[in-house]
Ligand binder design. Structure first.
Ligand code: C2E
Ligand code: MG
Ligand code: MG
Length: 589
């Protein structure tokens, strides 16, 4: 206020600038509705002209609407105890003391019909040439707008089916729970629990969406009844519920709560005359209140729920899990671009016939070097590609690339290089792609015959759908394509199906091979796999041979082929061809 010139106050009809904002007294002129300027009468909303001399607010004139809506202000200028009046007068007096031209604010007051909201505007007006400027107070009733806004907001934050908070409402409620909690007790934590109903979409498909809705309502009602009002319950999406509560730190408490939730959900429900049992995956996050952030807690619980879906148990979020999930996400989005832009490479690792030390083939292995993330191992990106379905595209690319590589080697050597190419096929590709069509196309484009290709499958590919696998393998056989069972010994092969499938090679997993000379159990397993291969009339390839002794021992045990760092690491195409050339000239050992 210091810079306020005295002219300003003189202009406004005040004798001097006040030192502080005094608590204004209000005086309503008894004749305030007389001699009303016609423009004030014409305003379609409550309006009044107010003068202020630094101590007293004086309602000089007002229109009929102002009289009707703000009668209390005129009749009872003693404003003590009436909050909205106090607020309005404070705003007017602050405005009078400020240099502002206009001021806008909302006032809310309670009436028998609920909360009324007025948008007030204050502005200086000069009523007549010879009078001092006065403050025009106008108030537009926004009660109806506010009700619409409130109801839209309620819709925005609540789920229409269950009337529980939805995803947005849940986030806000968790946030305000965190703010409300004083956090003084270090032994109290805050927990978010995510519940994912299993096979809900099947129920929707089989019994219709009405039954699905009924089930959701039943689950919501049960949880609400069982957990009580102190626990925040929300429906975050189709079959996903969220819970947030404060809880004593320690896993025991959370386990008790999770057990209660699980029992509540899994108790059978009667739907469309059927008794249905539904299971759920549960993920929880639990942190001391002081460390909690709403978004982070919810994300952690969702990550744990995803693990819960895989393990079938309720999972408590483990620190670091989110980092892994984020990396997976980053890998997925980058991989999509990399695949589209041809940024992956294949490396080739030789497969050696142990008895003759000749190179009989190469395994094509995908490599990815990202400019930002560096070299990413297939052990990291293949599972992400499988989860996201990108492995179909990746697999098609690998087949095409590997077959074209054979063609370029042949062209370079001016002969058919006597090596086969092993290409890995993911179980997901078997489910999602027309594998035969993809392979046929790759062979045709590279002008290659099937007898130059070995497809590497894992046991899980076959266990999933043995009948489909049999059809596929028979089709491969017809095209003279060989089949190798990769990582053999680590999965759960059904011996009966193994026997009935046209498999050419068992690849003994490197976990048995690497230390078979120092670990008797591993030696026993390796021998057993070799006997099995012999009995089933299959060949065997030992993976992960890292030294000469292991190579020799395997050869003596009758293992046909070997692969591993002892012979060579995966190499680029030129080095691989040279490796073949050199070894074909002079043998390896
Ligand atoms: P895999 O098919 O069992 O491939 C063998 C893996 O063992 C390769 O790892 C290879 O570099 C590694 N290896 C070979 N010899 C040795 C050795 O002596 N010592 C050690 N420590 N490791 C050895 P890589 O290239 O990291 O590939 C890992 C896995 O990624 C492969 O296992 C395969 O399952 C998958 N993969 C790689 N490329 C593709 C692809 O194009 N498509 C699909 N679907 N999967 C692929
Ligand atoms: Mg392989
Ligand atoms: Mg393998």
């Amino acid at each position: 206020m210091d810079d306020m010139s005295s002219d300003f106050w003189m202009d406004k009809g005040c004798s001097a600038a006040p030192d502080h904002i005094p608590c204004p007294a209000i005086v309503a002129r008894s004749d305030c509705h007389e001699h009303i300027p016609s423009w004030l009468l014409a305003l379609p909303y409550p309006a009044a002209l107010v003068s202020y001399d630094g101590a007293t607010l004086d309602i000089e004139n007002c229109n009929a609407l102002f009289q009707r809506h703000f009668k209390a202000l005129i009749d009872n200028p003693d404003i003590d105890g009436v909050e909205w009046q106090r607020y309005l007068l404070d705003q007017i007096s602050s405005f009078a003391l400020s240099k502002n031209e206009v001021s806008r604010f909302d006032i809310e007051r309670q009436s028998v019909l609920g909360t009324e909201v007025y948008m007030c505007t204050l502005a200086w007006v000069q009523n007549s040439a010879d009078s001092s400027p006065m403050i025009l107070v106008s108030a537009i009733d926004r009660t109806a707008d506010r009700r619409v806004e409130d109801s839209l907001r309620r819709e925005l934050v609540s789920d229409t089916l269950t009337a529980l908070p939805n995803r947005i409402g849940f986030g806000e409620a968790v946030e305000s729970m965190l703010l409300d909690f004083d956090g003084e007790d270090p032994d109290t934590g805050i927990s978010v629990i995510i519940i994912d109903l299993m096979r809900f979409s099947r129920i929707n498909e089989a019994l219709g969406t009405m039954a699905g809705d009924e089930l959701i309502l039943a689950v919501a009602a049960r949880l609400k009844a069982r957990l009580g009002d102190d626990i925040l319950l929300a429906r975050l999406g189709g079959d996903e519920f969220g819970i947030c509560c404060t809880i004593p730190q320690g896993e025991d408490h959370i386990h008790d709560l999770v057990k209660r939730i699980k029992d509540t959900i899994t108790a059978p429900v009667r739907l469309a005359n059927l008794e249905i049992s539904i299971d759920c995956a549960i993920g929880c996050s639990l942190v001391p209140v002081a460390e909690a952030e709403a978004d982070e807690l919810i994300r952690q619980a969702q990550t744990a729920a995803r693990s819960g879906k895989k393990t079938g148990r309720a999972e408590l979020y483990q620190p670091g899990e989110l980092k892994i999930a984020r990396r997976r996400f980053l890998i997925e989005s980058q991989l999509r671009d990399t695949l589209a832009n041809g940024g992956l490479n294949l490396m080739y690792q030789p497969i050696i016939e142990l008895a003759s030390s000749t190179v009989v083939g190469f395994e094509a292995l995908a490599r990815w070097e990202d400019p930002e993330m560096g070299v990413i191992s297939p052990v990291d990106f293949i599972p992400v590609a499988e989860e996201s379905g990108l492995v179909v595209q990746l697999g098609r690319w690998a087949l095409q690339e590997a077959m074209c590589q054979l063609r370029s080697w042949d062209a370079k050597m001016g002969m058919r290089v006597p090596v086969k190419m092993n290409v890995n096929l993911s179980p997901i590709q078997m489910v999602r792609d027309d594998v035969i069509a993809t392979i046929t196309r790759a062979l045709q484009e590279a002008e290659q015959q099937g007898d130059r290709l070995t497809i590497e499958l894992t046991e899980s590919a076959i266990v999933g759908d043995p009948e489909k696998s049999l059809l596929l393998l028979n089709a491969l056989k017809k095209s003279h394509i060989a089949v190798a069972m990769d990582d053999f010994g680590t999965g759960y092969s059904n011996m009966a199906s193994l026997q009935s499938l046209p498999i050419d090679v068992l690849k003994i997993d490197r976990s048995f091979v690497s230390d078979m000379l120092v670990d008797q159990d591993k030696m026993a397993i390796t021998k057993a796999i070799l006997s099995l291969a012999k009995a089933l009339n299959m060949k065997a390839t030992a993976e992960g041979i890292e030294d000469a002794e292991v190579a020799e021992a395997l050869r003596d045990l009758g293992c046909t082929y070997g692969q591993g760092y002892y012979f060579a690491k995966p190499m680029n195409a030129d080095d691989a061809l040279n490796y073949w050339l050199e070894s074909s000239k002079r043998g390896i050992n």
